[in-house]
Design a protein around this ligand. Sequence first.
Ligand code: NAP
Ligand code: ZN
Length: 368
Amino acid sequence: MPDTTTDAAKQPAKQSSHKAKAYSAASASSRLAPAAIPRRDPTERDVQIEILFCGVCHSDIHQVRDEWHAFMPTVYPCVPGHEIVGRVTKIGSGVTTFKPGDLAAVGCLVDSDRTCRHCEDALEQFCPNAVLTYNGPDKHLGGVTYGGYSDSIVVDEHFVLSVPSNLDPAGAAPLLCAGITTYSPLMHWGVTKGKKVGVVGLGGLGHMAVKIAHAMGAHVVVFTTSPNKKEDAIRLGADEVVVSRNPDEMQKHAGSFDFILDAVAADHDVGAYLNMLARDGNMTLVGAPEKPFAVSAFGLIGGRHSLSGSMIGGIKETQEMLDFCGRHDITADVEVIPIQKINEAYERMLKSDVKYRFAIDMASLKSE
Ligand code: NAP
Ligand code: ZN
């Protein structure tokens, strides 16, 4: 039998730990169920957090079901969750920026090597040794990291964020992934007042993109497959809404966008949106469907269009995004659920039936 355990999983436990309550998946076809997981006791640089809310990202579904097997195979048991807001309960002796009682947040990253050129540029998400909040190699305890569907987490201070005090903690949780994943490319591609911005897919990421691009002063057009989301899109900050299954509505916007953000979680026609770009316009993919898609060269060469991708954001930019959202009073529209409803929530997300992010109230774990 070949040995399929990861290098990290072979490492012996190096450090003292305690148990935490969590929900985990035992395999790609399992439902999430209660579990006890180890968390390290805080080291000098660590912050221990009691998790209050954790957002439910579509990436959680992709990973729990091992849909990204070709790029990052899922190691089971898998405890997802990377949109974490909680209360600091304990700090290591060397921690300077947090104290017990503070509201704190953790996003998709919990470590990196801090020496590579990406870390030096504050772009830890591209560090070859970045450690994701779940399903990443756990340097402390061996095995893989466990995410935020849990009552607590222990994270190095550098990867812990501050939440502006005016923001509702449940609504702030999704900022840690959906917020930064949309803020970062909007900033990178120079979205400012007066630019025409398209947002494809009004889900968790899409609705954050609408709120943030609107706050940046852009003219925002939402492309949705769900006609029943039209009114919401306007309320969230869109100037116009296009039902993407209607060719006449689509045709009206041909050749007109400075920037389009594609946040769709499933297979769809990317080429239809490339034709919407103005000369030198850019379309950035943040959605990460399982299967590759076809792109015609003519969708790019005609107008010197570009197609690019973007992945979450660095820690510095994540704090900048949280502060931006604090100033503009932006949080996600959340449907708060108990953890016991998580499997049902996944099924609803797959039907685009969420307005617009589930946030798990972790107090519900106490009864497990
Ligand atoms: P979500 O809440 O499920 O939203 C996805 C939206 O896509 C749906 O609400 C729906 O919007 C649209 N959609 C779904 N199926 C579609 C189809 N067959 N054709 C066209 N549109 C469809 O998901 P999310 O949490 O926002 O995540 C979106 C994607 O981004 C996922 O693939 C996720 O893994 C990825 N992601 C990437 C990063 C990154 O760093 N790049 C970070 C987080 C998440 P309408 O109803 O409006 O059509
Ligand atoms: Zn996410």
